[in-house]
Design a binder for this molecule. Structure first.
Ligand code: MG
Ligand code: MG
Length: 264
């Protein structure tokens, strides 16, 4: 069942998502060679709690009965999603997707950004740029009166045109009082198919894109998802509210991009 949000609820969603955005910006300041993903996790949890919110991912259940042990997902290089923070230091040439969720005032924020550590190859830069562009293509397609398939179609076409792989097993989602609500928002699809997009719809759009084959496997920790061919994967996510006919981005990469020195 899809829960459309009122204007007031959308503002509560915005507050939660801006807190997620500033948490990711704190992480951006600390991404460097030698830092561990556990250190980043500690920083994120403290920042979220200091702002009166709860890190939604901590203790989040999965079908294998293994609650997620951390406040952020840190997926490095060939890890696609749901990487568990650990004590391995980041090194130059790594990429790291940091997915962050927080609940504030009863509503959820959810956003992810893939960072570079030091210098990465041109191919990896293409992967990151294209995945981020695909996110915005998807957002632009989320217009009232259109269908969820239009969003996935925009993401898929943009990535496949560059020869990149689109992960199909994990998808975006509705979001609100619960982190995961209806409808599912795949990163592939056909125009004009799927649930109707209406004003008040809040969704997380989150392309998960690979440099090689999109085939993935689950690691023995029952969370970390990796590419089977060992090639790098990127993940960018915004939470948006359809508002006055089009998608209003509730999360933000603005601070991160200032820190990275990127003008999108
Ligand atoms: Mg997320
Ligand atoms: Mg999400």
């Amino acid at each position: 069942m899809i829960f459309l949000k009122t204007e007031d609820e959308i503002e509560l969603m915005r507050a939660a998502n801006l807190l997620v955005a500033s948490t990711l910006a704190e992480i951006a300041k600390n991404i460097r060679e030698g830092v561990t993903t556990k250190q980043l996790d500690r920083l994120a949890e403290e920042y979220i709690r200091d702002h009166g919110a709860v890190p939604t991912f901590k203790g989040f259940p999965n079908p294998f009965g293994a609650p997620f042990p951390a406040s952020i997902c840190t997926s490095v290089n060939d890890e696609v999603v749901h990487g568990i923070p650990n004590d391995r230091p980041l090194k130059s040439g790594d990429i790291i997707s940091v997915d962050c969720g927080a609940q504030l005032g009863g509503y959820n924020g959810d956003s992810c950004y893939t960072f570079c550590v030091g210098e990465v190859s041109g191919k990896v830069k293409l992967l990151l740029r294209t995945t981020k562009e695909a996110l915005y293509r998807g957002i632009d397609a989320a217009l009232a009166g259109r269908r969820i398939g239009d969003v996935g179609n925009a993401v898929q076409r943009h990535c496949e045109a560059k020869g990149l792989g689109v992960v199909k097993e994990f998808v975006g989602h509705g979001i609100g009082k619960e982190m995961h609500e209806d409808p599912p928002v795949p990163n592939y699809g056909k125009k004009g198919e799927g649930p109707l997009i209406e004003n008040g719809l809040c969704i997380a759009i989150e392309p998960m894109i690979t440099l090689g084959s999109p085939k993935i496997g689950m690691m023995p920790d029952k969370w970390t998802v990796k590419t089977l061919d060992g090639k790098y994967a990127a993940h960018f996510e915004h939470t948006v509210a359809v508002h006055h006919g089009k998608a209003d981005i509730l999360s933000s990469f603005e601070e991160i991009e200032k820190i990275e020195g990127i003008l999108y």
